[in-house]
Write a protein that binds this ligand. Structure first.
Ligand code: PGA
Length: 251
């Protein structure tokens, strides 16, 4: 059966020293709880190796927030999937709406990133989600379906089974405006149906689909109680160990 996962997305926050301190705090806190979910922190590239050195990989997974769409070579400033893997990280967020919006990521480039992540034994946390206008004009289900089809449906069933999906309505990210648990459930069930149509019910039932967008300790319980919501991708509330743990323990 699919796993429950709570993953932090630190975005472009914390210096190296602050990041190591935060990771240490989360790692310590996890020693005292019996977490009912896999817990992951996705941190800036510069922090990966140092954070890896202070966490217990049996309790806390580590991921990057992006990787390049090429394996190596003359791509100044880019960080490849093998580089990420060489730090000890085992996850990578791909297709976050901020990357799509500000850095021009398309389904075509994301396809390459997913392939390279998988080839390097990184678990992609693949993000999808509609903008406010699409929510309001009723096209949101179709938009998300297209994002999944375009970037992921060339994968074999075996490879698709290695992914984690994160539904993040763009209008809910960092805005304090969370999707209601019913809105999240509607979309998550729809996504599972789209996967089932392509890969069959077993693959769909085994895919973890996380919710992201202003998830916090006060709303995590209701969201995670929904049958198709398998955890969260957490931005702002992942920047303090206490609030992050408040979400981890919502399961
Ligand atoms: P937020 O971000 O929790 O700050 O809304 C979530 C995300 O963008 O992954």
């Amino acid at each position: 059966m699919r796993k429950n996962v709570v993953a932090g997305n630190w975005k472009m926050n914390t210096t190296l020293q602050e990041g190591v301190k935060l990771a240490t705090e989360v790692n310590e806190a996890l020693k005292n709880v019996d977490a009912k979910c896999d817990v992951v922190i996705c941190v800036p590239f510069t922090h990966l190796a140092s954070v890896n050195a202070v966490i217990d990989p049996a309790k806390l997974g580590l991921g990057a927030e992006n990787c390049a769409d090429h394996v190596k070579g003359a791509y100044t400033g880019e960080i490849s999937a093998p580089m990420v893997a060489s730090t000890g990280a085992t996850y990578v967020i791909l297709g976050h709406s901020e990357r799509r919006q500000y850095y021009g990521e398309t389904s075509e480039t994301l396809k390459e990133k997913v392939n390279l992540a998988l080839a390097n034994n990184l678990t992609p946390i693949f993000c999808i989600g509609e903008v406010l206008e699409q929510r309001e004009n009723g096209s949101y289900l179709e938009v998300v379906k297209t994002q999944i089809e375009e970037a992921l449906f060339d994968l074999s069933a075996e490879d698709f089974s290695k992914l984690i999906l994160a539904y993040e309505p763009v209008w809910a990210i960092g805005t304090g405006k969370t999707a209601t648990d019913d809105q999240a459930q509607e979309m998550h069930a729809f996504i599972r149906g789209v996967i089932a149509e392509k890969y069959g019910k077993e693959v769909a039932d085994n895919t973890s689909i996380l919710y992201g967008g202003s998830c916090k300790p006060s709303n995590a319980k209701a969201l995670f109680a929904k049958p198709d919501v398998d955890g969260g991708l957490i931005g702002g509330a992942a920047l303090e160990a206490e609030s992050f743990m408040g979400i981890v323990t919502a399961f």
